[in-house]
Design a protein around this ligand. Sequence first.
Ligand code: FES
Ligand code: FES
Length: 163
Amino acid sequence: MTSIQLHVNGTAVQADAEPATLLVDLLRGPLGLTGTHVGCDTSQCGACTVLLDGRAVKSCTVLAVQAAGRSVTTVEGLAAPGGALHPVQDAFIACHGLQCGFCTPGMMMTATCLLQHNPDPSDDEVAHALEGNLCRCTGYVNIVAAVQVAAKTLRTQQAGEAA
Ligand code: FES
Ligand code: FES
């Protein structure tokens, strides 16, 4: 076992991990953050996507020890401390961007990363960004629409803050 320290959703945490422990298993197990899902064993589905130092990664492809000293954001960390939903979460609800919801945490984390780096993406850019996230329910149309609504909300918020 190795003792590692990392920041998860803005909080410093310490955890013990075996050398081969995957980040997703650390999050879902000892840290109790079960919003990060496991949908495959081939690193294809994207349900396990989290932000690692602000970049979307599939947490089933990262060793827990590789996250030592780094910042991890899971879907539980998207909402504001007071509980107000993040614009990406609001938009997925408003646009019916989910059905069973299994893929949704990963979709939202990938979308959040995209919008942090590209605040005004085209539909093709949204689709490209979400290529690593599979959904077996929605057909993706409403997911792309949700990301565009979230993008618009975030741009409006940023314009208001800059004014
Ligand atoms: Fe499917 Fe990680 S669990 S990509
Ligand atoms: Fe069911 Fe995407 S909403 S897998």
